[in-house]
Write a protein that binds this ligand. Sequence first.
Ligand SMILES: Cc1ncc(COP(=O)(O)O)c(C=O)c1O
Length: 444
Amino acid sequence: MFENMSEQQARKKILKEVAEYAEKFHSSKPYEKGDKINYSGRIYDRKEMTLLVDSALKFWLTSGEYTDKFEKNLAEYLGVKYCSVVNSGSSANLLAFMALTSPLLNERAVKRGDEIITVAASFPTTVSPIIQYGAVPVFVDVTIPQYNIDVEILEKAISKKTKAIMLAHTLGNPFNIKAVKNICKKYNLWLIEDNCDALGSSYTLDGVKKYTGTFGDIGTSSFYPPHHITMGEGGAVYTDNALLHKIVRSLRDWGRDCVCPSGVDNFCKHRFDGQYGELPKGYDHKYVYSHFGYNLKATDLQCAIGCAQLEKLSEFTERRKENFAKLYKLLEGAQDKLILPERCENSDPSWFGFLITCKEGVSRDKIVSHLENNNIQTRMLFAGNLIKHPCFDVIRSDKSAYRICGNLENTDFIMKNSFWIGVYPGMTDEKLAEMANRIIEAVG
Ligand SMILES: Cc1ncc(COP(=O)(O)O)c(C=O)c1O
């Protein structure tokens, strides 16, 4: 098959066939009434498949050329200095939070018992790292229909123990970055932006428009298939802060002190001449650990897909915005029954989904089952109220494990009355119309 061919020629031949295979067997089929309408999904073509196979043929497997390229390109896109790819958005959140506990941050390091302000209307792994470490999440209610932290009550949540604010931009809708940043500045708090559902959303602060995830000290992304771009499983942590970046890399890569890339030895030329901790002088720097770390790296195969996806991100962003606007128009007439989503002031969201809250007397469950019975996928706002979940059973009555600022009235309302449907780039006008018609049908 590869007779008289160089490796490069053989690879070219394989990749050409992969491209043809992708076109023939992976092209999306036109929508027909009654087909399943997913809330989101992978959008890809021959480029993703050929880069993936290219990476497989090179068989480097761990982080390598595609990882470097992806980290560089994502950092450039976002306009940040440093980016680290990881194996999921949850890992990105874990790293972002754990970075704040590093002794290298001296008196600003988060200690056990310190408080972190967040919301309960969230995805669990925005909050889990806080609890796992032994810090104390302080839950603040959210507003409807923005579904982000209520900045009117945020300041009331501050105590002497508050060290950070860690929040997601809910379903792509930026939280009030101006108000949150002002509080961070006033009380010297870290800000982690869980940007997992908001890649491509932007916000204008003091006349400067920037992408979400770049306003706080650390931003995180998820590349799980429904997200704005995918690499199957994957995530990223980004920052402009060189020290935080160094800590993130150390924690991601086993806690090591050394910064040698995968497969490289003695990058800094001081592998055997340092003095660290109580180790003998000259102990191999490759095996010196400055943190109790993890291994959360992704593979080059994942990043190869990510490189192709990044090229499509701007187009995806536009499609999400357009689909949101179209769906809004189709449902505008039902506002006596339904509360439609509203973007945060000064923001330009790349919506992850279209979140709807049923007004008093309208049954969310009835609408959701009508949609699901008609092959339309629906989603809840993740945990609804995270505190109500079984994982809280063991700490629910422990007053030192978490704190609620005031009440979580809106969070509970969302848990009972909200649901969302998709606006991803795979939507067509027909699918949007079908979703809207079925909703209107269900509310009568
Ligand atoms: C807001 C938010 N944060 C974090 C995550 C976790 O990302 P992953 O599924 O890649 O672990 C998700 C997942 O969808 C999410 O929606």
